[in-house]
Design a binder for this molecule. Structure first.
Ligand code: PAF
Length: 278
């Protein structure tokens, strides 16, 4: 496995290689990322993992400066997973000048996570487009945990005619259901114990929908009230259509329940798909 820091060296080393599968990450890897690498290995002939904490997708008061960086440990894990190349540019390499050109996304990028993180998806889409242009993968793999991000990457790829197939990897959970995340390490012991309740909330909503509940606004509000009463600060709980993340019409069968909420100083996100019988 090679670890490459510059665009020039990466381009040189990828010359003539076909069937590249890219897993874009911000590092501090966990089993969720390694599962994405596994998908990349199954579906591509040559696996590139990018590790770059992208300043463009962090708001001014967010955790860009403190976001956990663990390149050495990440590389050890990736080597064991059979990755061919790790691309780990620094900020000057990807943004030698202030980035003035960006991907413009549709209004859905300003809802859900985009409502509390203005500009987040614009920044994420812009760096992903840059990575696609640099690496020129045939396949790119993103986690379903970032459901809205995955949706927007698919949309960008389709509408900008990028020759990349986007694949989604299932969320990996701890034994109590908490979705693995690089940010879970911010949680103290009490917060970590409580954190599973976000997942349990989504499970409860899914059961209610499967049992026939159709008043989605009430389900969302009840969940927000319960989480708030337990000390969470809720950004949103939303039941949306899988296809476009819009508010579902009555006969919509493929739904997704999405939530973001703060446990102390840690913002957690999660989602669960629901497939309703007609
Ligand atoms: O999901 C992430 O880790 C990031 O948003 C991504 C896709 C690597 C872009 O910076």
């Amino acid at each position: 496995m090679r670890v490459i820091y510059t665009i020039a060296e990466l381009r040189e080393s990828l010359r003539g290689i076909t069937g590249i599968a890219l897993v874009p990450t911000m590092g501090n890897l966990h089993q969720g990322h390694l599962d994405l690498v596994q998908i990349a290995r199954q579906q591509g002939q040559f696996v590139v993992v990018s590790i770059f904490v992208n300043p463009l997708q962090f708001g001014v008061n967010e955790d860009y400066s403190t976001y956990p960086r663990a390149l050495e440990q990440d590389c050890k894990m990736l080597e064991q997973c059979g990755v061919d190349v790790v691309f780990a540019p620094n900020e000057c390499e990807l943004y030698p000048q202030p980035q003035q050109v960006a991907v413009e996304l549709p209004p859905i990028a300003n809802e859900l996570c985009g409502a509390s993180r203005p500009g987040h998806f614009r920044g994420a889409a812009t760096v992903v487009l840059k990575l696609f242009n640099i690496v020129q993968p045939h396949i790119a793999v993103f986690g379903k945990k970032d459901y809205q991000q995955l949706y927007l990457m698919r949309l960008m790829t389709a509408q900008l005619n990028l020759p990349v197939e986007i694949n989604g990897g299932d969320t990996v959970r701890a034994s109590d259901g908490l979705a693995l995340s690089s940010r879970n390490q911010y949680l103290n012991v009490a917060e970590r114990t409580e954190a599973t309740f976000l997942y349990q909330t989504l499970v409860g909503i899914r059961l209610a929908i499967i049992d026939g509940a159709t008043d989605y606004l009430t389900l969302e509000q009840q969940a927000i009230d319960v989480l708030t009463a337990r000390g969470w600060q809720v950004d949103y709980v939303a039941i949306r259509a899988q296809a476009n993340l819009a508010e579902p019409i009555a006969c919509e069968c493929k739904l997704v329940i999405l939530a973001a909420a703060w446990q102390g100083k840690t913002r957690l996100i999660d989602n669960l798909e629901v497939f309703k019988d007609r």
